[in-house]
Design a protein around this ligand. Structure first.
Ligand code: PRP
Length: 213
């Protein structure tokens, strides 16, 4: 049996849809339920539903064999995992955002950056050689500059509507983000007979979806 860690929400829904295209009976996984562990009728696949940032934790510790999370989460958590595939969905961008025209250099004080991504923020500014104050938030990060808690934010931008509706703009793009299929390194060896065919089927299913678009 392969255990698959999925991030609750849209990422899980899109992944389950792809699993369905791989010939897996996904009826159990698609049920509206509060259950966190679900097994397919053939008992070949078990899905666990976790918080996005916990997907790499379950995989690194070998509790899940494979899983799907955003490349932003992988960058932030920096776990020892094997990246199998860029799934190409859940696309967005990691950006620095704030009030248009904001110039941190003018304030003279260290830049205050609010973010859910503490490590990415520290690394990004460290590489630039800038001394910043990182303010860790857990959501509604756009409130940082709006309420004067921070000068700018480092966050994901998808449609850009949260920024726009709060009077903010992208100041700097950092990198693109998309959903990734990742695996536990030991599982890749011990369960390769199960994981490899599944990865091939997922690749194929993605190509079929992309050909149609
Ligand atoms: C994310 C992100 C932005 C928003 C970007 O938040 O942190 O706030 O989505 O999407 P957009 O560019 O399409 O507006 P999420 O919805 O996950 O909620 P959160 O604030 O609770 O983290």
């Amino acid at each position: 049996m392969i255990t698959i860690a999925l991030a609750k929400g849209r990422l899980a829904e899109q992944t389950i849809e792809i699993l369905g295209k791989c010939g897996i009976d996904i009826s159990v996984f698609s049920e509206k339920t509060r259950k966190l562990v679900l097994t397919d009728p053939t008992e070949s696949f078990r899905v666990i539903f976790v918080k996005p940032a916990d997907v790499p934790v379950y995989i690194e510790n070998g509790i899940a064999d494979i899983g799907v999370c955003g490349s932003d989460t992988l960058l932030e958590e920096d776990k020892k995992l094997y990246e199998l595939l860029d799934l190409g969905f859940a696309k967005c961008r990691l950006c620095i955002a704030g009030y248009a025209g904001f110039d941190g250099a003018k304030t003279g004080a260290p830049l205050r950056v609010a973010s859910k991504y503490e490590n990415i923020t520290k690394n990004y500014y460290h590489e630039k050689g800038e001394n910043v104050q990182v303010i860790k938030l857990n959501g509604s990060v756009e409130l940082g500059p709006v309420m004067g808690l921070s000068d700018v934010i480092l966050d994901i931008v998808e449609s850009g509507s949260t920024l726009r509706e709060n009077g903010l703009a992208v100041l700097q793009e950092i990198c693109p983000v998309s959903a990734r299929l990742v695996a536990n390194k030991v599982s890749l060896k011990t369960k390769s007979d199960e994981i490899k065919p599944l990865v091939a089927k997922i690749k194929n299913a993605l190509e079929t979806v992309n050909d149609r678009n």
